[in-house]
Design a protein. Structure first.
Length: 214
């Protein structure tokens, strides 16, 4: 049986791919991206390296599958919370709080993605952010994933007068994203780090700074 029409993969293939991705996430979270070779990932999955290469043509393709899995998990946590909010302030708080919830409940995936973001270079030598931007430039951003970008929240809040600030929306977005990335960096160093307290404090500080009601 095929897992989905046109995919060319069986349910067994899909299950094996998910196992490899899960093992890769665990290993990258433990030892970092450069040290997580395909051979070590195969060893973690208790399969031959050739079996990994049967399902993924190389490490770049495996990284793409990891990113898809982690982003999919984050979307599942964050999008319902953001969509339920009605005001820009509520959307911003929901965005930050749901980030914290995701980091708290998917610690290994978040750490693995962080390790990839700081250590990855594709076969053409591009950094992770350059690869992501190239993908966005080529294919655009799916509407549901656009909700995971806080830039529109700041744009809407400033335009409607809900946020009172002279700061540029892009600057505000970058400040929020840098703090959230900092939470993951702390989590990578200390897996007991209180990411929920981190994001709660961040939300209070940012919302107060832009003149929004709490």
């Amino acid at each position: 049986m095929r897992s989905e029409e046109g995919s060319g993969r069986t349910f067994a293939d899909e299950a094996r791919r998910r196992q490899i991705v899960a093992c890769a996430i665990e290993l990258i979270a433990e030892v970092g991206y450069p040290q997580a070779s395909l051979a070590k990932i195969a060893e973690r999955a208790e399969i031959a390296k050739s079996a990994v290469l049967y399902h993924f043509r190389g490490k770049d393709e495996l990284v793409a599958a990891i990113v898809e899995a982690v982003f999919g998990a984050s979307a599942g946590v964050m999008i319902p919370r953001i969509m339920a909010a009605t005001t820009a302030t509520d959307r911003l708080r929901a965005y930050i709080a749901s980030n914290g919830e995701f980091l708290d409940t998917h610690r290994r995936g978040a750490i693995a993605l962080y390790e990839i973001s700081v250590g990855y270079r594709d076969s053409a030598g591009r950094r992770f952010d350059q690869v992501v931007q190239a993908s966005v430039d080529e294919s655009g951003v799916p509407p549901e994933l656009a909700l995971l970008d806080p830039l529109t929240i700041f744009v809407d809040g400033i335009r409607d007068g809900e946020f009172v600030t002279t700061a540029e929306p892009l600057m505000l977005k970058n400040i929020v994203r840098a703090s959230l990335d900092g939470a993951v960096a702390e989590l990578a160093r200390d897996d007991t780090y209180d990411v929920l307290e981190h994001t709660s404090t961040l939300a209070d500080l940012v919302i107060s700074a832009i003149g929004a009601t709490r």
